[in-house]
Design a protein around this ligand. Structure first.
Ligand code: LLP
Length: 425
């Protein structure tokens, strides 16, 4: 029986009193692998990518998964098997693409501060395109590529100055943000790029923010991008591909983002209507491919009812899942096995020594110590943002595929945390 009210349905579902993900009972997975534990559904990831791929079918395209959302090797391999490329933002992420056996020729390299060493590594690996974010970066890249006797294919990441109407920390396409080349400056930078050694202009790129729940800001940004393409080509340049960024939101609570195929359909229609239908389309989604495919399982350690607040203290904390502490993000929290007792209102908090260490506030839950809770929609920006604060080893990760659960990352050990530290005499 599926539970459409759960974000992550139909892969995440309540059957009787128990929570299941992709054919496994989550309490059994926790019993086998321990907590805190990230559990992902491969079927849900494949379905999420399928929605984009279906809408893009029939025209040249490359869907580049923004692996900052979830960079585990098995996740990368899952998407590589579907033919996806990758959006990376560091040499470390490039190393992950290679370690997962994916193709660097399908990689776009984004990011506002690439080091020369990272540029070199990406050129030698043969990445498909650098998304260049400033004039200074363009000059540095030209120098590095010429020095290696290589040519760097580039897009300019244009800052279109549109409001993605999302949390200020994850809005990236406004003039006041650090990202991209200002829209009104981009034409001149394209002219400059055309004359630089070691540089070949190939595309144009934008990314306006994350957890976007409306189509209008995308269309506004696209229009600005297409205006620029027309200007660059009037100047004699060639823009082969349009990279429309990522940013599509997911449902955490009551958000109603457009489905990926609806968004893509509208973008393609606008591209066609403006006579740009021959160009290859790239997109860089992260969250919408993995967010609702994962949960974070955690065990209730202690209950601390109080005069003002009831605290439910669990074994996962802000170091495992930073989003609530960092963005006041609301994430669903449900028991893995439902009790029939009356619910009380709890703040679900971790053991870290900060009042900012919370996962959910004022949640109605029937819980007892030893119960398992699932933090929902935890597949994106969970494990990748995890830290070792309070010398807490990072959680283990499990991939579930249609009834089979496989460990894909061992729980970190304290020895691993101490390795690399030096005690000088
Ligand atoms: N491309 C670029 C250049 C990006 O900067 C990002 C995300 C993406 C693609 C993927 O965006 P997505 O489809 O995942 O929205 N940690 C925050 C989200 C930060 C997003 C940063 N950039 C969070 O937990 O909400």
């Amino acid at each position: 029986m599926s539970s459409p009210q759960l974000p992550g349905a139909p892969f995440l579902a309540r059957r009787g009193d128990d929570l299941w993900l992709d054919g496994v009972r989550l309490s059994e997975v926790a019993a086998e692998f321990g907590t805190p534990l990230y559990v992902y559904s491969r079927s849900a990831m494949r379905a999420a990518a399928g929605a984009y791929l279906q809408a893009l079918a029939g025209r040249p395209h490359l869907l580049c998964y923004a692996m900052k959302a979830n960079a585990s090797l098995t996740v990368i391999r899952t998407f590589a098997e579907l033919g996806l490329g990758f959006d990376i933002v560091s040499g470390g992420e490039l190393a992950r693409v290679i370690a997962a056996g994916a193709d660097p020729a399908k990689v776009v390299f984004s990011g506002v501060g690439k080091t020369r060493a990272e540029m070199r590594a990406a050129l030698l690996a043969g990445v498909r395109c650098f998304n260049v974010e400033s004039e200074a970066e363009l000059l540095a890249l030209s120098g590095v590529a010429s020095g290696l006797g290589r040519t760097a294919a580039i897009s300019l990441r244009v800052n279109p100055d549109v409001d993605a109407k999302t949390h200020p920390y994850i809005s990236t396409g406004l003039k006041g943000n650090k990202f991209g080349v200002a829209h009104e400056h981009a034409r001149a930078v394209y002219r400059q790029a055309a004359a630089l050694p070691g540089i070949r202009v190939t595309g144009i790129d934008c990314h306006i923010g994350s957890q976007i729940t409306e189509i209008a800001p995308y269309l506004d940004a696209l229009d600005r991008l297409l205006d620029l393409v027309e200007q660059v080509e009037a100047d004699g340049g060639t823009i082969h591909h349009l990279d429309l960024g990522g940013g599509l939101g997911i449902t955490y609570t009551d958000e109603q983002p457009p489905a990926a195929d609806l968004l893509v359909g509208q973008l393609l229609a606008r591209i066609d209507a403006r006579g740009h239908g021959h160009r290859e389309v790239l997109m860089e989604p992260g969250r919408s491919l993995v967010g609702n495919a994962g949960v974070l399982l955690t065990e209730v350690l202690v209950l601390k009812p109080g005069a003002e607040k009831n605290f439910c203290i669990v074994d996962a904390a802000m170091n495992d899942m930073a989003r609530p502490a960092m963005y006041q993000a609301w994430m669903g929290i449900v028991p893995c096995h439902q009790r029939s007792d009356p619910a009380l209102t709890w703040d679900v908090v971790g053991p870290v020594c900060e009042s900012g260490d919370w996962l959910g506030r004022d949640r109605a839950l029937a819980v007892q110590p030893g119960d398992l809770l699932a933090v929902l929609s935890a597949g994106a920006y969970g494990m990748t943002m995890a830290s070792n604060y309070n010398t807490r080893p990072r959680a283990a990760e499990v991939m579930v595929d249609n009834g089979r659960a496989t460990l894909i990352r061992r729980r970190e050990t304290i020895d691993e945390l101490l390795r690399g530290e030096l005690l000088p005499d």
